[in-house]
Ligand binder design. Sequence first.
Ligand code: HEM
Ligand SMILES: *[C@@H]1O[C@H](CO)[C@@H](O)[C@H](O)[C@H]1NC(C)=O
Ligand SMILES: *[C@@H]1O[C@H](CO)[C@@H](O)[C@H](O)[C@H]1NC(C)=O
Ligand SMILES: CC(=O)N[C@H]1CO[C@H](CO)[C@@H](O)[C@@H]1O
Length: 325
Amino acid sequence: MEILWRRWSALFLAFLMVRGGEARLSQNFYGFRCPAVELIVRQAVATKISQTFVTVPATLRLFFHDCFVEGCDGSVLIQSANGDAEKDAGDNLSLAGDGFDTVVKAKQAVEAACPGVVSCADILAMAARDVVALSGGPSFPVELGRRDGLVSRRWKVAGNLPGPEFSFNLLSWIFRKNNLSVTDMVALSGGHTVGFSHCNRFAKRLYFFNATHGVDPSLDPSYAQQLMQACPAGVDPRVAVNMDPVSPTVFDNGYFRDLVNRRGMFTSDQVLFDHPLSKPIVNGFAVSGPSFSSAFAQAMIRLGRVGVKTGNVGEIRRDCTRFNS
Ligand code: HEM
Ligand SMILES: *[C@@H]1O[C@H](CO)[C@@H](O)[C@H](O)[C@H]1NC(C)=O
Ligand SMILES: *[C@@H]1O[C@H](CO)[C@@H](O)[C@H](O)[C@H]1NC(C)=O
Ligand SMILES: CC(=O)N[C@H]1CO[C@H](CO)[C@@H](O)[C@@H]1O
């Protein structure tokens, strides 16, 4: 009786999901059609990291930017002949080429084993998980079954990505819009434990903060000095500095200790320590690597669900940088 009831309810659920067109992501989505996909992607990512560490921050950030614009559907990967795709937007100016290259290389390896089966959106999700695990961060199961989107527009980026000057309220609004909680937001911001920022993204905090303060008073003065040395006023816009100066190539909770010490790079980092809703979360992650790791893993899984296309929506791109037709 019990078993029969379970079967019936499972069938009924499947029926509801199909009717709603709301197929879900699952961990074993390619179990039959491309069983080695995770190994293949991991291998391609590891090779790429051995060539350059930039692979790690570049791929992680690329995943975030993909998911917040049109959902996690590979739309950020599209290369347009006339410069009007998502990646051409001003906010994407600083997406490092190594993130794109990681996905292209992994896709080539996957296509060689199982052509036409695995989406670029899923490859980016796996690669983002792998760069974290391979640089000392947590390893976590990645959900699969995303389809690649058919839309990638430069004008769709504006307003969908957070800016480094954002207040706590703006930040939490934009994460909430993507079904992510304040805890998710704080954990994901920990992605800034690796990688670079260009000087112009935070120069305002050093040189012309407001009418009464040249230097942002929420910034530790000796860190401000350090940053001014690395980023003199009017420096070449290509100059960039490590966002976590203590351990720039390790995916650890150092970012949160930086925030507690008022050494957050952006306003959007430092407000997480200044706001009463997020301060206890920052303090918790600063003292406990494991609690950051598990919150980060959980938040990455939820980020990977944002606006996904499943079932018959979209396509499986053959070349990640262009639509099939
Ligand atoms: C909370 C809101 C966020 C803001 C305002 C923000 C803003 C920025 C900015 C301005 C940069 C510097 C870009 C440059 O000058 O090259 C950056 C870099 C980066 N961001 Fe974020 N970010 C946010 C959240 C995230 C999230 C959720 C992730 C991923 C989990 C992430 C991962 C990264 C990484 C890895 C880099 C370094 C990129 C590189 O070295 O190539 N960020 N972010
Ligand atoms: C400048 O910023 C500081 C710190 O946020 C604030 O206390 C001060 O009132 C601001 N001054 C002006 C003129 O906005
Ligand atoms: C947020 O979750 C709701 C309920 O599951 C869903 O309908 C909506 O599409 C999600 N929003 C995004 C941006 O993923
Ligand atoms: C990596 C990449 O494609 N970056 C582009 C982002 O957008 C600017 C224009 O806004 C392009 O010049 C960059 O090539």
